[in-house]
Design a protein around this ligand. Sequence first.
Ligand SMILES: NC(=O)c1ccc[n+]([C@@H]2O[C@H](COP(=O)([O-])OP(=O)(O)OC[C@H]3O[C@@H](n4cnc5c(N)ncnc54)[C@H](O)[C@@H]3O)[C@@H](O)[C@H]2O)c1
Length: 344
Amino acid sequence: MHKVGIMGCGIVATFRHIPAILETEGIELGAIFDPVPAKLQKIQEKFGFPAEKCFTDVDEFMKSDIDIVSITSPASYHVENCECAAKYGKHVMCEKPLALTEEEARQMINVMEEAGLNLYVGLVCRFAPVAQEIYRVLQEGTIGEIRSMRLIFNWNCHGKYRNDDDTGEYGINRRREGRMFEGGPMVDCGTHQIDLARWWLGSEVVNYSGFGAWVDEYEAPDHTWLHMDHANGAHTMIEISFSYCHTVSEPRSEFIYELIGTDGVIRYDRSEQSLIVHGKEQRLELPQTNDLGFNGMYAELVKALDTGHSDLLATGEDGLIATRISRESTEEAIQKRDLMTSKI
Ligand SMILES: NC(=O)c1ccc[n+]([C@@H]2O[C@H](COP(=O)([O-])OP(=O)(O)OC[C@H]3O[C@@H](n4cnc5c(N)ncnc54)[C@H](O)[C@@H]3O)[C@@H](O)[C@H]2O)c1
C-alpha cells in the first residue's frame, strides 16, 4: 500500500485529490501538511482524518509514514515543496502548473533526477474519460489524420467577486486574483490544453504565438489565445478566459474540444454534455462523459509506483514544456499590448 502525503490543503486537495486517493485501491492518505492550521482542521473534520497525521511542520510531515508527496500548494511554492520532498527521498506528483518559470521547472526535474526519484505532473485532463475516449477514437483512425484542433475553456474562475471562504465577507475573489498574478488563464488552465494537444497528436510543438485581451486590469491578459504549430504540420488553437461572465449573477462557461481530421471531426461540448464523432462512414454519439480524471490519475500512479514506469502520467518534461509555452505566449501577448499602447 502506497502512502501519499498532501502538501497544501486547499480547494483542489479537498475536493479532488483526497477523495480520489480515498477511492483508489493500492494507495492511502498517509499525512497532510499545510502551514495554516485552520486548513488542516477543515480537512480533519471533513474526512475524519486523525489529528496525529496532520502537520504544520514540514520536517515532521516528511518524516511521517509516507512514500510519495502530492503537491497541491499554490504554484509559487511548488519548487520549494519539491526540493523538500527530494531531500527526504519522496516521489512527487505535482499539481499544474509545474512551476511559474521554465527555470524553476528545470530545477525541480534536476533535483528529483539527482535523488533518483520520480516526478509526475498532475496534468489530469489526460485521464478524463472524455479525453481517453478521444484518444481511443484517434488511434482507430476514425476521423483520419488530425490537421487542426480548437480547445476552448472560457469561464470566470469562480467570479470577480465572491464571499471570502475564511472571513465570509463579500469582495474581490482572492483566488482568481492570485491566479491572475501568477500569469493568468493560459499559465493556469491553458497548461492542460497544451498538454492534451501534444498528447493526442503525439507530435511536439515547434512554433507558437500568444494573444490577449484585457477585460480586467491585471498585467496578464484575462482572455487569452495561443496558436501552436506541431512538428507533423497540424495546428492547435487554444482559447482560455477568466473573464467570461466574471461579473454576472448567472454565469455560463464554454468548454469545447474540436479535432478536425482529414476524414471527419470530433466535437466535445461540456455544457451540451455531448461527445460526437462525425466520421467518414459514421456519426457516433458517444455516451456523455465528464472531463475530470483524478481517480484515473491516481490509479495510474499506483501502477507507476508498483512498476517504476508509466506511459500515461505527465512527466516533469511535459510539465516544463507546458510551463514554457504558456508563460512565453502570455509574455508575448503583454509585449504586443505594450508596443501597441506605446504607438498611440
Ligand atoms: N488540476 C486541476 O483541475 C486544478 C484545479 C484547481 C487548482 N489546481 C492547482 O492546484 C494548486 C492549488 O490550487 P488550490 O486552488 O487548491 O489553491 P488554494 O489556495 O485553495 O490552496 C492552497 C493551499 O496551499 C497552502 N500553502 C500555502 N503555502 C504553502 C506551502 N509553502 N507549502 C504547502 N502548502 C502551502 C495554503 O495554505 C492553502 O491551504 C495550484 O497549483 C492550482 O493551479 C489544479
